[in-house]
Design a protein around this ligand. Sequence first.
Ligand SMILES: Nc1ncnc2c1ncn2[C@@H]1O[C@H](COP(=O)(O)OP(=O)(O)O)[C@@H](O)[C@H]1O
Ligand SMILES: [Mg+2]
Length: 337
Amino acid sequence: MGIINLKNIVVTFHQKDHEVTAVNDVSLEIAQGDIYGIVGYSGAGKSTLVRNINLLQMPTSGKVSVDGKDLSNLTVRELREERKKIGMIFQHFNLFDSRTIADNVGFALSNLTKAEKAKKVEELLDLVGILDKKDAFPEQLSGGQKQRVAIARALANDPKILLCDEATSALDPKTTLDVLALLKDLQQKLGLTIVIITHEMQVVKEICNQVAVMEKGRIIERGRVIDIFNNPQEPLTVDFIRTATHLDGAEEIVLANNPGDIYELIFSGSKASDPVIIELYKQYDLTASILYGNVEYIQNEPLGILLVKFDKSLGDDVKSYLDSQSVRLRKLERSAS
Ligand SMILES: Nc1ncnc2c1ncn2[C@@H]1O[C@H](COP(=O)(O)OP(=O)(O)O)[C@@H](O)[C@H]1O
Ligand SMILES: [Mg+2]
């Protein structure tokens, strides 16, 4: 049983003259220690779904249990205690502009003496690498530094779970990587379970071990990140992955500059591309011209992508050889224009 268990969650909203089903019968189990990505376009229902985890959003129907407790059966006071186990950060940081960094973090701390509080604030700021900014005000900090403050504040009550709603969406790519590295580091140091909502598969690729893809209030595909990248089933998942692996742009350029059939070969896990290309030549007298190549590392496992042109058409023997080597083959489509 996971640390987070959502069962048949439905959330409907009444807008002016109609109902919107923001979350439509979603069940989700997240294991202790996971960095779980929830990816989808704007409006898919991601924020509404994760707000169910700390009951910032009450489900219209369905069951939420966190750390073995059914949250719907708790008194207001018990719920407040349970919520402390769950920290949350947002796209726009939500800091108090008129308070110092130390006060922004200290604000979240309850039941401590002044001295204990000061000590805890220093520990938290040190943990996220901005102890030197303790007396500064938010406006004096960069976006990445502000998000570090928000992370320190979210961790103030030693939560077991950290929810991140588009936490890097307002940051530049380099700062995004820094913040993601910090989250991964914190996950390991503190044994946190992290849920990451994002519209960027790049973020998922960077730090998540599990991912769920959301569309129109439903989870349409889920699994280990490496498996989803290797073999996505749904067209939307394919779209997200193509963007994250930069294949989108490459495909266009290769097609524009090369007439004839172009194939995509995907090599996953331990299969290296060189021996397969050499075997095709030796066994089948087939030459592959490589037009584009890229290797991504996902959870330390390589995922290789080649775009190639063969010197003759492919027989079934070649196709079954590639299949036997777990190399996925796809002919690129030329859009009629
Ligand atoms: N408080 C609300 N009242 C009415 N409709 C809402 C509310 N919150 C979200 N929605 C609607 O629910 C759907 C999902 O929204 P949201 O969960 O914010 O998606 P995402 O985070 O994936 O962008 C959208 O159609 C949105 O307009
Ligand atoms: Mg959202």
